[in-house]
Ligand binder design. Structure first.
Ligand code: C2G
Length: 129
């Protein structure tokens, strides 16, 4: 049971993102995905190819996802966990340790990434054409 939440850019949606969302859906009965806005990504030093509205619409369309909210800052997670009565925060293990401050509020899970695919690699392979 319980609500699971995760956060991410989900630029150029790929199998690594899908694998993660499928696994998260299996961890509870409701999955909320906070998609990083273009402005927030600029703060992460990440240039996104696909604008926020389109990234959010794609994630919203994934069968495993129940709700999409915007991620606009680093400080919203505790408030989100409380507002949405979240039981589990989960994210790829490239973030291992970064969100342990959430442990008083919910379970914190870091999941193995899908090897061999990333938005950076996809961008690089596009340059070959
Ligand atoms: N991911 C994965 N396997 C990959 C690539 C990504 O499991 N091959 C996971 C990441 O670990 C993350 C999610 O997919 O959990 C989204 O990845 P990004 O869009 O790169 O998210 P990021 O920019 O790291 O944003 O506040 C947290 C940040 O917003 C996370």
């Amino acid at each position: 049971g319980g609500t699971v939440i995760t956060y991410g850019t989900f630029d150029m949606f790929h199998i690594g993102h899908l694998n993660l969302l499928r696994r998260l859906a299996g961890m509870g009965n409701r999955l909320i995905v906070a998609v990083s806005t273009d402005e927030f990504n600029a703060g992460k030093g990440k240039r996104t190819l696909i604008p926020f509205e389109q990234r959010a619409e794609i994630v919203r369309s994934i069968r495993y996802v129940d709700e999409v909210i915007p991620e606009t800052n680093w400080e919203q997670k505790i408030e989100d966990v409380q507002r949405y009565d979240v039981s589990t925060f989960a994210i790829g293990d490239d973030w291992r340790g970064h969100f342990d401050f959430l442990t008083p509020y919910c379970e914190v899970v870091y999941l193995p990434r899908t090897e061999g695919v990333s938005t950076t690699d996809l961008k690089r392979s596009l340059n070959r054409f």
